[in-house]
Design a protein around this ligand. Structure first.
Ligand code: IPE
Ligand code: IPE
Ligand code: MG
Length: 236
């Protein structure tokens, strides 16, 4: 089989289990988040090696704003540091950074760094790394619905023109193909408000490992498993 058929073009990851990773080691949760940020580099490298085109990482959900203030603060600090340092190294190798979510809700100090890396890597044409930040799929669908309704009210489109393609074009992910493979770590069996529309036909791979322990070999296992799947898209 050719690699085009077996390698997913777009991998999405729910990076879960940082807190449990830390807990198991008697460390504070933020140590788990730090270790989780380290694991991102390896994920990017393996996707580059495999010639995956898009990697979307669920880093902070709409619901994660409801965590204790101290944890949210330390996550935002870590995100700023990640963007200032690691994201710079990662994107040196022709990686383009993008972000999806209600980004205007992020603190200014994070937003500034995020905008900077996005703009600095705009011309890169290797792997596209998409960070889902302050992201919730229901919020995304609400925002898309509102945008479409506004256009209809202004007479720019007719309600009859609304189809799946038009909805897709109003999502934060408008520039991305749908994910082929969804990986969730830490054994949880749920989507947690992640890409509900876009994951309609994704293959799902659940790992029992917590995100900081999910290494290259685990990624390779997920991709090998994907290659063995029979994607039918409702056909026979
Ligand atoms: C994932 O790890 C990272 C974020 C959601 C920000 P968690 O923080 O959810 O870790 P667990 O699930 O509590 O172990
Ligand atoms: C999903 O993990 C969000 C991210 C990985 C960023 P959560 O830990 O927030 O999800 P639940 O609460 O277990 O569903
Ligand atoms: Mg979790």
């Amino acid at each position: 089989m050719s690699s085009a058929a077996t390698v997913p073009r777009h991998i999405a990851v729910i990076m879960d289990g940082n807190g449990r990773w830390a807990n198991a080691r008697g460390l504070p949760r933020k140590a788990g988040h730090r270790a989780g940020a380290e694991a991102v580099r390896e994920a990017v490298e393996i996707c580059q090696d495999l010639k995956v085109d898009y990697l979307t990482l669920y880093a902070f959900s709409s619901e994660n704003w409801n965590r204790p203030e101290e944890e949210v603060k330390s996550l935002m600090k870590l995100l700023e540091r990640f963007l200032k340092t690691k994201a710079r190294e990662i994107t040196k190798k022709n990686v383009r950074l993008q972000a999806i979510g209600r980004l205007h809700l992020l603190p200014d100090h994070v937003r500034r760094e995020l905008d900077q890396v996005i703009s600095d890597t705009r011309e890169n044409d290797g792997l596209t790394l998409v960070l889902a930040l302050s992201y919730g799929s229901r919020e995304e669908l609400v925002d898309a619905t509102r945008a479409i309704a506004n256009k209809a009210a202004a007479g720019e489109i007719s309600p009859d023109e609304i189809d799946g393609e038009l909805v897709s074009q109003h999502l934060y992910t408008r520039d991305c193909p749908d994910p082929d493979l969804l990986i969730r770590t830490s054994g949880e069996l749920r989507l947690s408000n992640f890409l509900l529309w876009q994951l309609s036909y994704a293959e799902i791979f659940i790992s029992q490992k917590n995100w900081p322990d999910f290494r290259k070999a685990d990624f390779e296992e997920a991709v090998a498993e994907y290659a063995r799947r029979n994607r039918r898209f409702g056909k026979v």
